[in-house]
Design a protein around this ligand. Structure first.
Ligand code: CAO
Length: 439
């Protein structure tokens, strides 16, 4: 059964002239019950007009700029099994201009608000922003439904968008765009920890004892911003395993015993770089980055490895270019030079750009495992902690083997668990038998 139903302006409290600000439907649209179909505005309030019937829009009788009043026909709808309710406008107070003397929480008087007959679940569906709204004590921002929808699509909390540039402080699309641009370039405002997450509240620590405030170094501040951005943007998984480096260590010790006093010593990290580049060549999706729109994987034909270096000013990541083409001696010289430069604060920005994958080695300090954060837009990072002699079962007996803990964190949008495990298995194979690097 179908029937033609009229949607009219409901009783909004004896207001003779209401402006049509926006019309959100056109003939042919299929609309749901309570879907917002128009934005109306009086001197004192902004209203979202919900559909009083579901079905296909036949004709729309108003356009933005029209003046309407109670009973004005807005649209006709061909309703199937027509469920028709009495239309009730959802009225929002106008946020501005609020009289300066009025308490911040007091909304401007609205025309006798209409008591909504819409069921509670339907209300919750039509107002998702309100459902997640952090109570700032301020009146709800004044904006049309399409601007709210736009903000919702971008994940913007309308309450954080400062005063709108439209009439009576109405928030326009441009204001939302400006807010997003600001958030992208300057970080999200102090009122929020990012992505709408409430910030950790400020605490007066001096209330509990003596304190001293130290300014963070620029590197620490930038690292902090970058880490937070990566943490919020990347779904990361860390996979842990151990490589048997007993033979590698014997080889390394032998090489170092052959070296003169002033020659650069070979550390295990150099073999790890070698093994990593060989593994990367077998797993191109690890030597890659996601395009910024998330649509494409950009595979890199070069293999530049970043090495996290601990400095007095904080963490920096110099990059060893074309690490796959360098010998252990060349890698040793370059790592020594770059880590010295890093600790003296002499690295140039170009020394830290273009990395394909990063190694973060804490092995010189200790540890059994950790969960390094991917150095995005790279898609994976390898963490290394301290090698330890362990009893390993060889099938007939326990034998002492030097085991190196490895932690592989990857961006799960690009790499799945099985691929991560296979990557680690290959890396372990190279580390446990360096001869395989010759193959
Ligand atoms: N297991 C056991 N011993 C290890 C080891 C490991 N996994 N890794 C290093 N060692 C040993 C080295 O062999 C060396 O021993 P000797 O003094 O007997 O020769 C000693 O520890 C110191 O090594 P190192 O750290 O100076 O040298 P490296 O090549 O292993 O690392 C560098 C170089 C620059 C990566 C390192 O000095 C560094 O800065 N690491 C910190 C990285 C970091 O901060 N990561 C955290 C990032 S996430 O916040």
């Amino acid at each position: 059964m179908t029937s033609l139903t009229e949607i009219k302006v409901p009783d909004v409290g004896n207001v003779p002239s209401i402006d049509v600000v926006e019309v959100l439907i056109k003939p042919g649209d299929v609309i749901a019950l309570d879907q917002t179909i128009a934005a109306l505005e009086t001197d004192k309030a902004s209203m979202e007009l919900p559909a009083s019937a579901a079905g296909t829009v036949q004709q729309v009788f108003v356009k933005p700029g029209d003046k309407v009043s109670e009973g004005t026909l807005i649209a006709t709808v061909l309703a199937e099994d027509a469920v028709v309710t009495e239309t009730k406008a959802v009225v929002e107070p106008v946020a501005a201009p609020t009289p300066a003397a009025a308490p911040a929480v007091a909304p401007v008087q609205t025309p006798a608000p209409v008591v909504s007959s819409v069921a509670e679940p339907a209300k919750a569906q039509s107002a998702p922003v309100a459902a997640t709204h952090i109570n700032t004590g301020k009146p709800k921002p004044h904006a049309s439904p399409s601007v709210r929808l736009f903000a919702r699509e971008l994940g913007v909390d309308m309450n954080l968008v400062s005063e709108g540039s439209g009439r009576k402080g109405r928030i326009l699309k441009e204001d939302v765009k400006r807010y997003v641009k600001k958030a992208m370039t300057e970080g999200l405002p102090g009122a929020s920890g990012g992505a709408g997450i409430p910030a950790i509240p400020a605490v007066d620590f001096s209330a509990f004892g003596e304190i001293e405030t130290q300014k963070l170094s620029k590197i620490k501040r930038l690292t902090g911003q970058n880490m937070s951005r990566v943490w919020l943007n990347l779904p990361m998984v860390t996979y842990h395993d151990e490589a048997d480096i007993t033979d590698m260590e014997a080889f390394r010790t032998q090489l170092n015993s052959e070296k003169g006093k002033d020659e650069i010593k070979i550390t295990g990290l150099l073999f790890i770089i070698k093994a990593l580049v060989a593994t990367l060549q077998q797993f191109p999706s690890f030597n890659a980055s996601l395009s910024s729109d998330g649509e494409n994987l950009i595979l890199k034909k070069y293999c530049h490895i970043g090495i996290a270096v601990d400095t007095p000013n904080g963490l920096v990541v110099p990059v060893i270019r074309n690490a796959n083409q360098k010998s252990i001696a060349e890698l040793a010289a370059e790592l020594a030079e770059k880590s010295a430069k890093a600790r003296q604060g002499k690295l140039m920005p170009s020394d830290m750009q273009g990395g394909c994958m990063t190694i973060s080695s804490l092995g010189g300090i200790g540890g059994t495992a950790f969960t390094p954060i991917v150095n995005a837009p790279e898609v994976a990072i390898l963490g290394v902690t301290r090698a330890k002699m362990q009893p390993v079962w060889n099938g007939s007996e326990f034998v002492p083997r030097l085991m190196l803990p490895l932690d592989l964190t990857y961006d799960h949008r690009v790499i799945d668990g099985a691929e991560g495990a296979r990557f680690m298995a290959t890396l372990k194979l190279y580390l446990s038998d360096l001869r395989r690097l010759l193959l």
